[in-house]
Design a protein around this ligand. Structure first.
Ligand code: PYC
Length: 332
């Protein structure tokens, strides 16, 4: 039996995949994207698994669906799908989604140059420059980001002790700076980062409660952000972001960059208005900035922006049929 046919625009943001699904959307209940995300996870997670995992996707696959706005002034809503689940917010995914949706005529912001987005994590405003039908860049004004835990000593089975900070930038990030057991991303292979990340994430979540104070459905440290020396002279810092079970982000990671800026700002290592050029594991760059300061339930938080670009690579029509033993994907 054919369970569904999904038309997709495929592409990438600074190297990391974005699959914008343009048909086959399930109807979702709820008045906010956070509620709709919960409904999708409960009833329709098979769609995510089919479109993200092998053989139709791969370890790094990441995508989105567009829905009508949930707010009066919103232009559109985005539901993120990924190998790890449905993220509350995804920065590279938003830059790609906005770029492809504008270029293919799926998004018509009320105010040209500014798309107001409803995401499960909250309002994200996307400023963009479009020329001859192509989007040159997108600059996101992300949800408030904050440092949740500082200098936590975590004993990781088989590895040893790590000292980490945890920050929220749309997802909770375990931030690891060079220390005895880790000498920086420049000296560590992707395979080593993946192996260490899995164990570290498990140990952190066993030790600490990471729950968003305004939305208890946003919980758990899902991503690990390893830091290091950049390859490019104009980068402020480099990272390697682990997500899902085997992925290292090819982009500098929008929510990770927001979390990292929140950490650096809280520790007096980054100032409001200063550019923070963040470099990915493959050397691509986002420009981040602390645009303002606010608070989230009494905690100091930053208002981060992230600027990057995306390119379409093609279109795809994916079918999911029960006669395929791998219809809902697999992981090795
Ligand atoms: O850009 O926010 C991001 C992101 C999350 C996971 C992969 N990329």
């Amino acid at each position: 039996m054919n369970r569904g046919t999904f038309f997709c625009i495929d592409g990438h943001t600074c190297g990391n995949p974005v699959r914008l699904v343009t048909s086959g959307h399930p109807h979702l209940e709820g008045t906010t994207m956070s509620e709709k995300r919960q409904h999708f996870l409960k009833e329709f997670d098979w769609i995510r698994q089919a479109l993200m995992f092998e053989p139709r996707g791969h370890d790094m696959m990441s995508g989105s669906f567009l829905y009508p706005p949930c707010t009066e002034d919103g232009d559109i809503s985005i539901l993120f799908i990924e190998t790890s689940g449905c993220l509350p917010m995804c920065g590279h995914g938003t830059i790609g989604t906005v770029t492809f949706a504008l270029e293919r005529g799926l998004l018509h912001p009320k105010q040209p140059g500014l798309a107001k987005l409803d995401t499960p994590a909250g309002r994200v405003n996307a400023h963009y420059e479009m020329q001859d039908g192509k989007v040159n860049w997108v600059k996101l004004f992300n949800v408030p980001a904050f440092l949740a835990y500082e200098k936590q000593l975590v004993a990781v089975p088989d590895l040893g002790e790590f000292t980490v900070d945890i920050a929220y930038g749309g997802n909770f990030y375990i931030i690891v700076e060079p220390q005895a057991l880790f000498s920086g991303t420049q000296n560590t292979t992707a395979d080593q980062l993946v192996a260490m990340s899995r164990k570290l994430r498990k140990a952190v979540n066993a030790q600490l409660d990471c729950v968003h104070p305004e939305d208890p459905t946003v919980r758990g440290a899902t991503h690990v952000l390893w830091t290091g020396d950049p390859k490019n002279a104009d980068s402020s810092a480099a990272n390697a972001v682990f997500y899902g079970d085997k992925a290292i982000d090819r982009s500098p990671c929008g929510t990770g960059t927001s979390a990292r800026m929140a950490q650096l700002f809280a520790q007096g290592r980054l100032q409001q208005g200063e550019d923070f050029v963040h470099e990915s594991y493959i050397g691509s760059q986002f420009i981040g900035r602390v645009e303002g300061v606010t608070e989230v339930v009494g905690k100091v938080a930053i208002l981060p922006s992230i600027q990057g670009w995306a390119r379409r690579t093609g279109a795809n029509c994916i079918t999911v049929d029960d006669d395929d033993p791998y219809a809902y994907g697999f992981q090795v």
